[in-house]
Design a protein around this ligand. Structure first.
Ligand SMILES: Nc1ncnc2c1ncn2[C@@H]1O[C@H](COP(=O)(O)OP(=O)(O)O)[C@@H](O)[C@H]1O
Ligand SMILES: [Mg+2]
Length: 239
């Protein structure tokens, strides 16, 4: 569904993403980890059209969409949920959710999608008439996800869903993303809480200084990280 080939992107002349390739199939979740400043957010922004890639290709369902605007990409079915859970603060929860419908190919079935999201996060139903700005950070993150869910993208990019969210909210958010992927969406989750996030994902990739440090099945992640750590310790011991 999503194919990224040798993508490079940065700010001005400073390359931040340096030749990253990845592919995510419908129904699959890719976990992208890596330290702060590794280039994870820049990677997502470059895929979603917020940063213009300086090289490489992005394909959506086989179609080259490199360099399209975020609006065009949203229409094509690719959506980025930012780590600062941006919602419309003055609008009610319901109106925020309804905004998602604009990007949706099939505008019927809104009521059903709303029921689905309310079933997982009843707080959104309880707060339908409240303004988004009166929600907590975690509730705003859930609302941002809800809005994206209503839009029914074919590819969902989710930047650090744990950011500004109480840790107890992360498992329900992740299991919601898992449920969502099962309906045929390709999902990329950027997250630093690897141990907590890994079980909900299929494949994992660690980014370091804008490059792929390792890429493997999620089930192998702990072992691969262990090997890497071991190799580094030995190299260090040898001087
Ligand atoms: N808007 C920006 N302008 C200039 N440099 C930026 C900007 N955003 C991020 N950077 C730099 O790009 C690098 C990667 O940042 P980012 O993609 O946010 O990393 P991550 O999401 O992995 O923490 C960092 O060195 C950061 O300082
Ligand atoms: Mg980031």
């Amino acid at each position: 569904m999503l194919e990224v080939e040798s993508l490079t992107a940065g700010y001005g002349d400073v390359p931040v993403v340096r030749g990253i390739s990845l592919a995510v199939a419908a129904g699959e979740i890719l976990l992208v980890g890596g330290e702060n400043g590794a280039g994870k957010s820049t990677l997502l922004r470059a895929i979603a059209g917020f940063n213009r890639p300086s090289g490489g290709r992005v394909r959506l369902d086989g179609r080259d969409v490199t360099g399209l605007s975020p609006e065009r990409l949203a229409q094509a079915g690719l959506r980025l949920v930012l780590d600062n859970h941006r919602v419309f603060p003055e609008l009610t929860v319901y109106d925020n959710l309804r905004m998602g419908i604009a990007a949706r190919a099939d505008r019927t079935g809104l009521a059903r999608s709303l029921e689905e999201i309310y079933a997982v996060f009843p707080i959104l139903k309880e707060r339908t008439r409240q303004r988004a700005r009166d929600l907590s950070g975690g509730q705003q993150q859930i609302l941002a996800l809800g809005q994206a869910f209503i839009a029914q993208p074919r590819v969902l990019l989710c930047d650090e869903p744990s950011m500004g969210v109480a840790q107890m909210l992360l498992p329900p958010i992740l299991s919601f993303l898992r449920h969502w992927a099962r309906s045929g969406t390709a999902v990329v989750i950027v997250e630093q809480h690897l141990t907590l996030t890994r079980p909900y994902t299929d494949r994992a990739m660690i980014v370091r200084r804008g490059e792929i440090l390792l890429s493997c099945a999620s089930a192998e992640l702990d072992a691969r990280l262990g090997e890497l750590h071991e190799a580094r310790t030995q190299a260090y011991a040898r001087g």
